[in-house]
Write a protein that binds this ligand. Structure first.
Ligand SMILES: Cc1cc2nc3c(=O)[nH]c(=O)nc-3n(C[C@H](O)[C@H](O)[C@H](O)COP(=O)(O)O)c2cc1C
Length: 188
């Protein structure tokens, strides 16, 4: 694992904002620093989909960066980190990363993560998917991005929504080699 125990966590305005909130909690509980970038729509989704308020979500992170502050250290590839996860990841943000159209800090940080060849994990949430969305994800996968759909498994016998959420958060942490006990692994 890299020396710098900090993860960039992007929250975008797809449904399933609870995945992003849980990611921030899990990273904090594992003693890893988080750099949060939240798009405007992600902020709105917190109010639409959960009982959380935005400030409390922000407080889960080690640092929160204004999503339009291009003078942020996260706008440079020189910012060392374990990599970046965007959870949940909207189709608009997928399109922005796939085309290099970095008109907010989340997109720019993803761009930098890619150019420095650090792990980039995107957790898309949309269904059904159109051809343009599938093509964007195909191109991202070819560029080395991990596409990890918000599609939890059921083989671990989930009993509550939290179990489903933890499965996806745990799968994302697996990509960074971060050890956790968020879900029970299948042992046959
Ligand atoms: C209630 C609601 C649910 C949404 N769910 C999704 C979704 O699951 N996936 C998605 O790609 N966009 C979804 N959107 C649309 C995005 O919020 C919209 O495309 C926005 O521009 C995304 O911006 P961002 O990626 O900068 O956060 C939803 C919007 C609303 C209001």
């Amino acid at each position: 694992m890299a020396d710098h125990q900090r993860l960039i966590v992007g929250l975008s305005g797809a449904s399933g904002i609870v995945y992003g909130i849980r990611m921030l909690e899990a990273v904090r509980d594992l003693g890893i620093e988080s750099d949060l970038i939240m798009t405007d729509m992600a902020g709105k989704m917190i109010g639409i989909e959960t009982a959380w308020n935005e400030d409390d979500v922000i407080r889960l992170a080690s640092r929160c960066h204004d999503s339009f502050d291009f003078t942020s250290p996260l706008a440079s590839g020189g910012y060392n980190s374990l990599g970046m996860v965007v959870i949940p990841c909207s189709m608009k943000t997928i399109a922005g990363i796939a085309t290099g159209f970095a008109d907010n800090l989340l997109l720019r940080a993803a761009d930098c993560t890619l150019k420095e060849r650090r792990p980039l994990v995107l957790v898309p949430r949309e269904t059904p998917l159109n051809t343009i969305q599938l093509r964007n994800m195909y191109h991202l996968s070819q560029a080395g991005v991990t596409i990890l759909p918000a599609a939890p498994g059921f083989y671990h016998r989930p009993e509550k929504i939290d179990d489903l959420v933890d499965h996806i958060v745990g799968k994302a942490l697996d990509i960074f080699g971060i050890e956790h006990h968020l879900y029970r692994r299948w042992n046959g």
